[in-house]
Ligand binder design. Sequence first.
Ligand SMILES: *Cc1c(COP(=O)(O)O)cnc(C)c1O
Length: 438
Amino acid sequence: MTSQTTTQADRYAQSTAAFAKARALMPGGVSSPVRAYKAVGREPVTVRCGKGAIVTDIDGQEYIDYVLSYGPLILGHAEESVLAAISKAAGRGASFGMPTEAETQLAQVVVDAVPSVEVVRFVNSGTEAVMSAIRLARGATGKPKIVKCTGCYHGHSDGLLVQAGSGATTLGVPSSPGVPEAITSNTLLIPYNDLDAVRSVFKEHANQIACLVVEPIAGNMGCIPPAPGYLQGLRDLCDEFDVLLMFDEVMTGFRVAYGGAQALYGITPDLTCLGKVIGGGLPCAAYGGREDLMRQVSPDGPIYQAGTLSGNPLAMAAGLATLESLQEDGVYEQLEASSATLEAGLRDAASTAGVPIYLTRVGSMLGLFFSDSPITNYEQALACNTDRFAAFFNSMLDNGIILAPAQYEAWFVSTAHDETAIKKTLDAAALGFAAAIV
Ligand SMILES: *Cc1c(COP(=O)(O)O)cnc(C)c1O
């Protein structure tokens, strides 16, 4: 039972014990680094279960969740139709390594939804989707180099794990030991939202660049929307210099609009990567695009890519159920309305507390930066006050709101975040901003 005298340590006792065991057996005690809470100076809570907008930790405390598994759970946790679809599929067998009708059904839904996708290949993670799409871009063009923006995340494959060097274009320097420079030297870096940088890198490396890969709304340096005209400018420059345009919509696909950012902004890339929402919380991702490109993928063409568990029946079922729910009338309008309420409330709370913030939002994706100036690229994002974020984060967690434990992660809202959940979040945020200022 909770009482006034309950100490912080008591409240998180089970999580603390569980995490000690986890740390003995796994690097950082986690299966993915950000989950270890290093950026906010505490230990993570260990989750027992989730339902709707709420997750419950193993100490029995409940939190309104804006992590949502880092984006996939647009309908919230353990949503009924998704649960039913997974159970039904599980009863028929977990995996076959043979074609199932569910793959074709989900492929049809994706092709109907995403403007650029004429043919699609399913894989298991966003990392795999981008890695494979890059191979396709290189194989199809016969050109070795790729261009990416600093601060955009495209998974942890060797050639994409490069962020260093802001401002001027630099040859890629690996962000991790174990990534050979021979690989990253083919990755050219430019700042996000800067078309002049695109033109100059395209000119400098004429006829050597296979593709430009970009998050059409950057979501891995906080949420940074494209400047007006930026995506159209990318499309035009790619056409002018004969470079393929690849949108990494692993985060934005089915999130910011049913057809993703490309539908929202009306810009059609040559290749698109999808993940997160497309699998409804199960491991599923995809890459797709123009038919003449996609037909070069094995076995229609020579560019090899494969996967034992790709197109997994459980993942297909969860994805289909999720995307079907998203087709219902008013879903994106509801997400827009609750996210707008959240945005407005956060602005009010920060201003009442006297904390300068720069808040961004596209649909149900938000970015909260502790900064008094606008954030349009990675260099600016890195200059934010992360101590304030940590204080805000810790206060929110202690008051029952769970956020991703870094300023550079987006917030996600689900259809399960109702008025009560948003109101509770804003009450906690008033305390959180007050905590951030001291
Ligand atoms: C999450 C993410 C990825 C990586 O997906 P994983 O499933 O974690 O491998 C790639 N690109 C973007 C834009 C993402 O948000």
